[in-house]
Ligand binder design. Structure first.
Ligand code: SAH
Ligand code: CA
Length: 238
C-alpha cells in the first residue's frame, strides 16, 4: 500500500500552480457545491486502500457541467470503482437517462451502491461486471448503438485507452463528448524517464502514447485540462 500513498501524495497536490491555490479553489467553489450524496460516497470510500482512485471533486464539477451542456441522456462509463463519477452522472442526467457502467470488479461498486440507491438514481444504471473491451465490442455489433451515445467517461486501465477511443468514436454521436481521466498520470508525463518512480513507469508510457495519438486525431475537438490527475475532454466532430 506504500505505492498507493505515494500516488495519493502526488495526485492530491493537484496540478494547479500551487497547493495553496488548489485548496483555495476547492474551499471556495467546489466543496460547498458538492452534492450531499457525492460527499457521502466519498466518505464510504475513504477507508478503502485504493480510495485515491476516486475522481477529484473539481474534475467532477467540470464533468457535471459538460453533462448539462451536452444534454446527455445515454452514456457509457468505463471504470466505476465505488461509483463516484457514476453517481455524479446519474444525479445529473434526466429521469429517463441511461448509463452503461462497466467494471471488472462488482465488489467495489457494491460499497457505493447503497448511497446510489438512497439517492434514488439506481434505475438509470446498467452495471456490467466485465472487461470493458468485449462489452464495447458487443455494443458495436448492434447497429442501433452506433452513433447513439451522448457521452462517455473512461477511467480504467490506461493501456487500453486508445482501444476504448477507437470504439467510442463509433458509439458516440457526432457532437458527443468523451472524457478521459488521469491523462497527466501523477505528473509523470512531464518527468524525465530516469527520474520517474518505478510505480508510474508502465502507465506513464501508455499515457504518453495515448496523449500523442489523441492530439493528432482530427475526429475530435480536444481540451487537456489540468484538474485532478488531468482530464482530457474530446468532442466527436465527424
Ligand atoms: N471512476 C471511478 C474510479 C475508477 S478506478 C471513480 O470516480 O471513483 C479504475 C477502475 O477501473 C477500477 O475499479 C478497476 O476495477 C477498473 N478496471 C480496470 N481495468 C478494467 C478493464 N479492463 N475493464 C473494466 N474495468 C476495469
Ligand atoms: Ca481516475
Amino acid at each position: 500500500m506504500e505505492n498507493n500513498k505515494k500516488i495519493a501524495a502526488s495526485v492530491s497536490k493537484g496540478l494547479l500552480q500551487s497547493e495553496e491555490l488548489y485548496r483555495y479553489v476547492l474551499e471556495t467553489s467546489v466543496n460547498p457545491r458538492e452534492p450531499e450524496p457525492l460527499k457521502e460516497l466519498r466518505d464510504v470510500t475513504a477507508g478503502h486502500p485504493m480510495a485515491v482512485m476516486v475522481t477529484a471533486p473539481d474534475a467532477g464539477q467540470l464533468m457535471t457541467m459538460l453533462l448539462k451542456l451536452v444534454d446527455v441522456k445515454k452514456t457509457i462509463e468505463v471504470g466505476v470503482f465505488t461509483g463516484y463519477s457514476l453517481l455524479l452522472t446519474a444525479l445529473t442526467i434526466p429521469e429517463d437517462g441511461k448509463i452503461i457502467a462497466i467494471d471488472l470488479n462488482r465488489d467495489s461498486y457494491e460499497i457505493g451502491l447503497p448511497v446510489i440507491k438512497r439517492a434514488g438514481v439506481d434505475h438509470k444504471i446498467d452495471f456490467r461486471e466485465a472487461e470493458a473491451l468485449p462489452v464495447l465490442d458487443q455494443l458495436l455489433k448492434d447497429n442501433e448503438n452506433e452513433g447513439s451515445f451522448d457521452y462517455a467517461f473512461v477511467d480504467a486501465d490506461k493501456v487500453n485507452y486508445w482501444n476504448y477511443h477507437e470504439m467510442l468514436m463509433k458509439l458516440l454521436k457526432v457532437g458527443g463528448v468523451v472524457v478521459y481521466d488521469n491523462t497527466l498520470w501523477g505528473g509523470s508525463v512531464a518527468m524525465p524517464e530516469e527520474q520517474t518512480p518505478e510505480i508510474f513507469k508502465s502507465d506513464r508510457q501508455a499515457t504518453l502514447e495515448f496523449n500523442k495519438l489523441l492530439a493528432g486525431d482530427a475526429r475530435v475537438q480536444l481540451a487537456h485540462v489540468p484538474l485532478g490527475d488531468g482530464i482530457t475532454v474530446c468532442m466527436r466532430i465527424y
